[in-house]
Design a protein around this ligand. Structure first.
Ligand code: NAD
Length: 380
């Protein structure tokens, strides 16, 4: 079968779903690989590198989609791309299956099949395909880099001939994959890092990374509620306790990185306008939840704003794309592992085996029918 990757059409997207290395491995699985000319350029992969890896370069998106049985993409398909999907073709990429039912209906109407990288079950066997985690890991790291870019001081404390420099104090709110990556990055740069999550089980992980877990004085343990490893909305009493503790911390913190999300809901507002007003001038808030409405009251998606008291609030929504070479490499590897599982005979023929928990979970449209949501996985 033929696998093709077009240039990403979302404005400003720099990632690409195929790298020369992943193409080499896909060919070993028996596939022929195609790329739209220039699709890897923004991620520093030149057409010549793909050619050297045995990839055929085609001039435009039309010829790419026509040539391909399987299309690998990063961002959800746009109108022109949906129109190019047909019966017998399979699209593999992010489609926001849990939140965009209309897109699933439109994709199903083409008669094709869609494997959603955002719907890969989060079980041990599927970790190698967990693109949500590989992208969140990058976002957490990059959030600290963006914070440093806007923060006019060092992260680490220093004693120099020109004076003593205190270490930066960083608070990470939400310690999922992105939050833990941010904690690891901030502590490795020498910051004093605090972190909070509604899921008490992450306290140990936070502390093992050299950060301090922010405990609440709350009888019903730390968590508002949790389902299947994910957070659920907190009770009003818990939320009040949490906000009161954040109000105490706000004047001390130089950098706040918020990553708190609850599946299928807008981001909870946790860093309120009065907390921003209580922060020191020159402090920075990086809101990784900006795409879902933001954890901070002052966040504007895709913008950097400054509060009246001189706090910078970063609301970018494209952190993985800002590290396009790394993000493409990891994402292409996630895709390559998906194709490995989709190709049991290693003969270049993809088989969507609906009896396989991982493939079943990620298959959101099959031959023109919406197959989302899947039944619960059997493997834990
Ligand atoms: P996410 O992006 O959905 O949410 C980020 C974090 O925000 C979560 O840790 C959540 O608990 C926290 N949060 C929600 N409301 C909050 C609030 N009011 N205050 C503070 N924090 C709040 O999370 P994620 O990174 O996708 O991870 C979700 C879960 O999935 C975690 O338990 C993670 O360990 C698990 N996971 C498992 C696998 C696997 O393969 N087994 C892989 C990745 C993630």
């Amino acid at each position: 079968m033929k696998i093709g990757t077009p240039r990403e059409s979302h404005p400003g997207e720099r990632r690409v779903a195929l790298t020369p290395d992943s193409a080499t491995r896909l060919q070993k699985l028996g596939y022929q690989c195609f790329l739209e000319a220039g699709a890897g350029e923004a991620a520093n992969f030149a057409d010549a590198d793909y050619r050297a890896a045995g990839v055929e370069i085609v001039p435009d998106a039309d010829s790419l989609w026509q040539a391909s049985d399987i299309v690998l993409k990063v961002r959800p398909p746009q109108d022109g791309e949906i129109a190019r999907l047909h019966a017998g073709k399979t699209l593999i990429g992010f489609v926001n299956a849990a939140s965009d039912a209309e897109l699933l209906q439109r994709l199903a109407a083409t008669g094709g099949s869609v494997i959603a990288m955002d719907a890969v079950p989060r079980i041990s066997r599927a970790q190698k395909m967990d693109a949500l985690s590989s992208m969140a890991n990058i976002a957490g790291y990059r959030a600290v880099m963006e914070a440093g870019n806007h923060f006019g001081r060092f992260f680490t404390g220093q004693i120099t001939a020109a004076g003593k420099v205190p270490p930066a104090k960083v608070l990470v709110v939400g310690a999922g994959v992105a939050g833990l990556a941010a904690i690891g990055t901030a502590t490795s740069l020498g910051a004093i890092t605090h972190a909070f999550d509604v899921r008490p089980e992450v306290a140990e992980q936070i502390e093992s990374m050299g950060a301090q877990f922010v405990y609440l004085d709350f009888e019903e343990a730390q968590d508002g509620a949790a389902t299947g490893g994910y957070a659920a909305p907190s009770s009003p009493e818990f939320r009040e306790k949490q906000l009161a503790r954040f109000r105490e911390l706000a004047p001390e913190m130089d950098i706040v990185i918020t990553t708190a999300l609850i599946p299928g809901r807008p981001a909870p507002k946790l860093w309120t306008a009065d907390m921003v007003a209580a922060m020191k001038p020159g402090s920075v808030v990086v809101d990784l939840a900006a795409e879902r409405g933001g954890n901070c009251d002052l966040t504007v998606a895709d913008e950097v704003v400054t509060s009246p008291n001189g706090v910078t609030i970063v609301g970018y929504t494209d952190y993985p794309s800002r590290m396009a070479a790394q993000a493409s490499t990891l994402y292409a590897t996630n895709l390559r592992h998906m194709l490995d599982d989709l190709t049991p005979a290693k003969d270049g023929v993809a088989v969507i085996n609906m009896d396989d928990d991982v493939i079943r979970g990620a298959t959101v449209v099959k031959d023109g029918a919406v197959t989302w949501p899947p039944p619960p996985p059997k493997i834990k």
